[in-house]
Design a protein around this ligand. Structure first.
Ligand code: DX5
Ligand code: ZN
Length: 226
């Protein structure tokens, strides 16, 4: 199993667990599973590549059995300086794929090979200051399954999507024949535009978890993204 099988139809909405209410995490994830959600975005930040320490393997281990039992997968976004150092623990903790940053790894091919040897899917991410061409070159070297175009400076949920991200997604989609993921500030107001720019994977943190019903917010966004 891998990204090819996980993406159902033209587009997927991925709740970003980083924005969840951690006192009610199990309940919120169950609601999202009932609403049909299967791909969950999990942000690992090391306090170095991005300022905050976010969530990591301890949380992954708690939620992976619940999500896997329902056919869900955990897409781990590694906002870390040394992605290769974390692959084994991510895989052992129940992560299904890793997406590492171009800015963090000069050796995308090697990181990707190590990830694949552990059974993980592979994505390559790039920040607003990095060119789509550079990301596309890294994705080729990594033989990546997906490319993640950041639409904010990574680190925190709840920021606004940078409008320039839409042009960057368009540029990227002309360079790679891979599913493009967009992460940061995605919500009902821009989901259509993000799709039309060429993205198939829409990560949404606060747009889903700041709603009184994350499951309803997911359903609405999913309908909007199709
Ligand atoms: C932040 C993370 C995002 C974040 C998205 O750097 O990579 O996944 O949780 O949250 P929103 O959708 O609120 O921007
Ligand atoms: Zn993310």
């Amino acid at each position: 199993m891998g990204w090819g099988e996980w993406i159902r139809g033209e587009a997927e909405v991925e709740p970003s667990i980083y924005a969840a209410d951690f006192a009610r995490l199990g309940e919120q994830l169950e609601g999202l599973l009932e609403a049909g959600c299967r791909i969950f975005h999990f942000d690992v930040g090391d306090g170095h590549f991005v300022p905050p320490v976010t969530i990591g393997p301890v949380v992954l281990r708690s939620i992976a059995p619940l999500l896997h039992a329902a056919g869900g997968v955990l897409d781990c976004h590694l906002m870390v300086t040394n992605p290769a150092n974390h692959l084994e623990e991510i895989a052992a903790s129940g992560g299904d794929s890793v997406t590492f940053h171009v800015e963090a790894s000069g050796r995308p091919g090697e990181v990707a090979r190590r990830a694949r040897a552990l059974g993980l899917g592979v994505g390559v991410a790039f920040n607003p200051a990095t060119s789509p061409a550079e990301a596309a070159a890294a994705a080729r070297r990594a033989e990546a399954d997906i490319v993640l175009c950041m639409s904010i400076e990574p680190g925190y949920s709840g920021q606004e999507l940078m409008p320039a991200a839409l042009g960057r997604v368009r540029e990227l989609s002309a360079l790679v024949d891979l599913p493009i993921q967009v992460d940061g500030g995605v919500g009902a107001a821009n989901a259509r535009a993000v799709r039309e720019a060429g993205a198939r994977l829409l990560v949404a943190g606060s747009a889903i978890f700041s709603d009184a019903s994350p499951a309803d917010a997911y359903r609405r966004l999913f309908a909007e993204a199709r």
